[in-house]
Design a protein around this ligand. Sequence first.
Ligand code: NAI
Length: 483
Amino acid sequence: MNFMDYKVADLSLAEFGRKELSLAEHEMPGLMEMRRRYAADQPLKGARIAGSLHMTIQTGVLIETLVALGADVRWATCNIFSTQDHAAAAVVVGPNGTVDDPQGTPVFAWKGETLAEYWDEAEKVFDFTDEAGNKIGPNMLLDDGGDITLLVHKGVEFEKAGAVPGQDSTDNEEFKEVLRVLARSLENDPQRWTNIANGIKGVTEETTTGVLRLYDRYKEGSLLFPAINVNDSVTKSKFDNKYGCRHSLIDGINRGTDVMIAGKTAVVCGYGDVGKGSAESLRGQGAKVIITEIDPICALQAAMDGYEVKRLETVVDYADIFITTTGNFDIIRVEHFERMKNQAIVGNIGHFDNEIDMAGLAKIPGIVKDEIKPQVHQWIFPDGKKVIVLSEGRLLNLGNATGHPSFVMSNSFTNQVLAQIELFTKLEEYPIGVYVLPKHLDEEVARLHLDALGVELTELNQAQADYLGVPVEGPYKSDHYRY
Ligand code: NAI
């Protein structure tokens, strides 16, 4: 392998990264069990996995698990602020390499990429080399938020049309970069993305927002390969999205601002899985938490969990902290910023930065953006009022802190590994479509994490199992059970 073929901030951070990787391995029993169970069989031998997911310590353990199962892997991050540079360095160096002789996995990620760098690096995960040294595409994608899936689909679309629209065809600064990267590749190789797409068996998608994009593509008939929706494994969304955010939301606010949360009024926009964890996180610190929702079921849940449920417009003048968790866009807009009180804190924990209208904020006449430290800015209005925005509106738990802890990510990533094995080894069972993992695998992921917490699971006897109409060994619930 060509070991100039990586781009990280500082390889000398690898030793620190390796120490944290070993700590994380202890907290990731599901992933370590995948290694024990499958290392001999090498079910991912021959898999060339292009990955795009926050390049954190936990992701390092995932990458090294995929490699232990036989895969060849290339990795980029899925967010410009979420990379942990020591994790990226350690993965490049690998468990057996040194800084002078890296032997790990090519990673293209560092904290604080520009949007242009982000999309340039995202494209590099597609450049595998075969044993003869020829360029070859990936045969599997592992995505978080759908950005590399988008590159392939848009690439194919523009190759079919024979042209990429000019960058002035969009106002979206990020999409301009997508168009730039695709225009360049079309110029170099008019069949690049078509060839890549033809070689891809499937994609496993990590998050709610990416999954939404996949179902949209499937419905409109444009999905090019099968997908496994990892997010909707119960052991992913009901754990990572909820308990993960319960841990990492206040971690981000604390590291970003050190402001006392107790006694403050915090608004959480959205009461889905992420919203539930976020609201509990703030309430645990003693904040008065107010929820906004559009869905009557989630609004009722919030009310019965003891939160006030209001419209943003009702509370925007007096709340201290505003957190968006909706996966929707345009939630906090200029008219809200204008009414906020001095030193209000605004942040987002949903996947994309469009939940907060950052472009609109920057266009307010006379407004000044002042950096307190990286990923923490105060926006000073012409009348002197300041609003603090975390991670420039990108997910603050990864931008201002280190994201979810290892144990919960072990659940998510064990689903990822199982999903990769499913699609790679049983492709014939997955015609183009979007699938969730079978329930017995979901239960297995949970089972792998019980011992570490000292859980004694009660066993059904045969008569009880017959009474419930379920096998003694599970699965125990119907597919429509909601947990
Ligand atoms: P979800 O669909 O369970 O929850 C979103 C909620 O927002 C829904 O209940 C919906 O009704 C509500 N909502 C939509 N539009 C709204 C509006 N205009 N005002 C108020 N509420 C509104 O989705 P989930 O799983 O909670 O994910 C939310 C976002 O967080 C997604 O973008 C997902 O990809 C991302 N995510 C981020 C993580 C992180 O570590 N930062 C971890 C997991 C997911």
